[in-house]
Structures are given as structure tokens and as C-alpha cells.
Design a protein around this ligand. Structure first.
Ligand SMILES: Nc1nc2c(ncn2[C@@H]2O[C@H](COP(=O)(O)OP(=O)(O)OP(=O)(O)O)[C@@H](O)[C@H]2O)c(=O)[nH]1
Ligand SMILES: [Mg+2]
Length: 284
């Protein structure tokens, strides 16, 4: 959704839960009317248990500090589902009870819902849980209603432009590069492996006009290492190629990328390691 709002790919997205780990700032800007919206993408507030899960919840809560508006993103119900608030959303809405900023409900993925009238019962069920300041059905992939969502957000922001007109994010280039590597690794692995993947960049330097990047994919079990490498290295090769293409598109230049795979057994269950490996603070 953030990428669609910004009109460019800034943050990573995969079908796997737990994709976003560190909060990421992305500034939307428009001249007509003059608008800046500083979006902070956060991890989901309801996550699998374990040390990494707790780290992600802390990270998400950090993203809620000092914001003027919360956009609570849920997804349109499946055709067969009864119109009710799902359990995970109910838990997250409890967390938001302490916040006294406006909360906008964005119902994403309406492109998947053929019978749009099913939304009415769904919205009613959410409004019963708490009174949202606005409700906007959207589709991030199709771009449906994004302007309406921006309008609802804008109306609730304080006046004034805080950033230079071309300012996009406060994270360094390297952060997004390591995220794109992690995204490619998550997209090419299955079951519990993606959740236990972290990425660290070991070197990032110019050499003869080429950007040379070396990085390590960290997995949480020895057995996962062999799977990420794949038969005759085919999986890691695919991950490297996809990551390199994404990095080249992001940086608009040619890069050389080399990846290693390392197991740090149980890192997602160790509170200190989970924090160190999953959350990038300031510099990546
Ligand atoms: N059909 C459809 N799929 C979408 C839409 N928006 C996002 N998705 C897909 O939904 C999946 C999850 O997207 P993410 O952006 O990773 O979701 P998230 O809520 O940020 O999840 P975490 O970062 O894991 O907490 C991805 O596969 C997206 O491509 C949409 O409007 N329609
Ligand atoms: Mg995310």
C-alpha cells in the first residue's frame, strides 16, 4: 500500500507474514494541493510468538509514537467468510485503544472481492469494534481509491510542510538493498524458512565504476541453509539474480551482488539476536 501511495517501490512486500520488520519512513508529496504525508510503515502488530515476534511488536509500537493519524490496514473478506472482525485484527485494535489519534480503516485488496456489497456488513462489524474516523476500501495493486485515502489522511494532519520537496526517506540506500535481498530470499523459500531469514551486508563499495555488494543471508537452522542454497546452488543463484535486478531498478545502476548463507541456530528465539538481526536502527 505504501509503495502504491508513493508511486514507487520503496518497501518490500511478500505473501509471507512478518515481512516488515524495521519501521520505514516514506514521504508522499504532491503540489496540488500542497501536501506532504510522512508515512511510517510498521510491522504487523499481531505476530507469531517467540522472541522475533516480540521484537516486531516493539518495532511496530515505536512506529506509532508521535504519529498524527493511524491507518489501520485490513483486507477485504473472502467471498465465503462471514462479515466479522477477524481475531488478529481484534487484538491489534485493542492495542490501539490507548492511542488518541484518529484511526482510519483502510480495507485493502477489494480487487479480490467480486460482490462489493459484502463490504457493508464487514464495515459495520469493524465500526462496532471501535468508531473509526473514516473507512476507505482500497486496492493497492490496482490503485483503487488511493486518492480518497490520501484525502482522509490529509484532512487530519497538522498544517505545514516539513520536508524538502524531493525528500523520500531517512533510511540509507544500504538499508533498502539489504531489504531487497531479504525479499528475494523470502519469495524463493517456503513454510517457516522465510520468517527466519535475515540479511546483513558485508561490503558495499565502488570498484571500477561498478557497485560491488556482498551480503549474508542468515537462517535459523542448519537444515534451512541447504534449502536456501538449493540443489547445485540453484536457489541461491535465483535469489541473487532476482535481488540484483531489484537493486538495479531501485538504484538505477548496474551492481555486482554476491551472497553467502549462514545458519545462526535459533536466532529468532533469542531476544538479543532477534533484535540485532531483524531490526535495523538508523544505519543499515
Ligand atoms: N490482491 C491484492 N493483493 C495485494 C494488495 N496489496 C498487497 N497485496 C499483496 O498482499 C501481500 C502482503 O503484502 P505486504 O505489503 O507484505 O503486507 P503487510 O501487511 O505489510 O505484511 P507484513 O509486512 O508481513 O506485516 C503481498 O503479496 C502483496 O502483493 C491488493 O490491493 N490486492
Ligand atoms: Mg509490511
Amino acid at each position: 500500500m505504501l509503495n502504491a501511495l508513493l508511486g514507487q517501490k520503496l518497501v518490500i512486500a511478500t505473501p509471507r507474514p512478518g515481512t516488515t520488520r524495521s519501521c520505514v519512513l516514506g514521504v508522499y508529496a504532491s503540489d496540488d494541493p500542497p501536501t506532504q504525508v510522512a508515512f511510517v510503515d510498521t510491522p504487523g502488530l499481531e505476530r507469531p510468538k517467540g522472541a522475533l515476534g516480540r521484537v516486531l511488536i516493539d518495532s511496530a509500537k515505536q512506529g506509532l509514537v508521535d504519529c498524527d493519524v493511524v491507518v489501520f490496514v485490513t483486507e477485504a473478506p473472502k467471498a465465503s467468510a462471514p462479515p466479522q472482525v477477524n481475531e488478529k485484527d481484534a487484538t491489534v485494535l485493542k492495542t490501539l485503544e490507548v492511542s488518541n489519534v484518529p484511526v482510519i480503516l483502510a480495507i485493502n485488496k477489494v480487487d479480490r472481492l467480486k460482490a462489493k456489497d459484502r463490504l457493508f456488513g464487514f464495515i459495520e462489524a469493524y465500526q462496532k469494534k471501535r468508531s473509526f474516523d473514516a473507512v476507505v476500501p482500497i486496492s493497492a495493486t490496482r490503485g483503487t481509491n488511493l486518492q480518497a485515502l490520501l484525502g482522509e489522511i490529509r484532512e487530519r494532519l497538522p498544517e505545514g510542510l516539513l520536508y524538502d520537496s524531493d525528500f523520500l526517506t531517512d533510511r540509507p540506500e544500504r538499508f533498502f538493498v539489504s531489504e531487497l535481498v531479504r525479499e528475494a530470499a523470502m519469495l524463493n523459500t517456503r513454510q517457516e524458512i522465510p520468517y527466519g531469514i535475515a540479511c546483513e551486508l558485508d561490503s558495499y563499495r565502488e570498484e571500477n565504476g561498478l557497485l560491488r555488494i556482498e551480503g549474508t543471508l542468515i537462517v535459523e537452522k542448519q537444515s534451512h541453509k541447504a534449502i536456501v542454497i538449493g540443489n547445485q546452488g540453484e536457489t541461491i543463484k535465483k535469489i541473487s539474480t532476482e535481488a540484483r535486478e531489484q537493486i538495479e531498478a531501485f538504484l538505477q545502476r548496474k551492481v555486482y551482488l554476491r551472497l553467502w548463507v549462514k545458519a545462526i541456530p535459533g536466532w529468532t528465539r533469542d531476544p538479543i539476536k532477534a533484535r540485532q538481526l531483524a531490526i535495523k536502527e538508523g544505519e543499515a
